[in-house]
Design a protein. Structure first.
Length: 175
């Protein structure tokens, strides 16, 4: 069974935007490394990663919420519809062998925080969490200082400037 990478990110980028194109490239790279992907199932970064993965022969699972008004994307090989946001986040996290956090807003921050906290509290085993963009690098740096002051495990989240490096890192960590 292939390992699954759950990807979190914004629903706002459209084809042609740098964020969309990076996400598309990431989906393809992860598929080439032998991973299937999972994401929130909607548009933007979720569509881009699913499209890239599907074009390279990987499965792309979307996990969404019944009450979201946005459409699911057409590149999904499987769709799971949840009743609540927290059910969705739980499913997105539990199906993953590793995570990628792409640029996003408070929803993406919530998803990163949930995965990170489950590991930090030993509720879930350690799985690689990777972040892309200076936004996350800044947030992770601040949080790592706090986590260190609490004498808890640091280094659970790795930040990268290039999606190619994320795909390489996950392939090494999960091989």
């Amino acid at each position: 069974m292939k390992k699954v990478i759950t990807i979190f990110g914004s629903s706002l980028p459209v084809e042609g935007d740098a964020e969309y194109e990076n996400a598309y490239k990431l989906g393809a790279l992860l598929a080439e490394k032998g991973f299937d992907i999972c994401n929130g199932g909607n548009c933007g970064i979720m569509e881009a990663t699913a499209k890239g993965a599907l074009e390279k022969g990987a499965k792309a699972t979307g996990i969404t919420i019944k009450h979201f008004s946005s459409r699911t994307n057409k590149y999904l090989t499987e769709l799971v519809v949840c009743e609540t946001l927290f059910e969705r986040i739980t499913k997105l996290i539990s199906c993953a062998d590793g995570f990628v956090i792409l640029k996003g807003g408070t929803g993406t921050l919530l998803e990163l925080a949930a995965a990170w906290e489950l590991m930090n509290k030993n509720i879930m085993g350690v799985k690689p969490i990777t972040c892309h963009s200076s936004l996350w690098k800044d947030i992770v740096t601040v949080m790592e200082k706090q986590i260190e002051s609490e004498k808890r495990e640091t280094g659970l989240v790795s930040c990268f400037d290039r999606v190619e490096d994320i795909a390489e890192y996950l392939a090494l960590k999960l091989s």
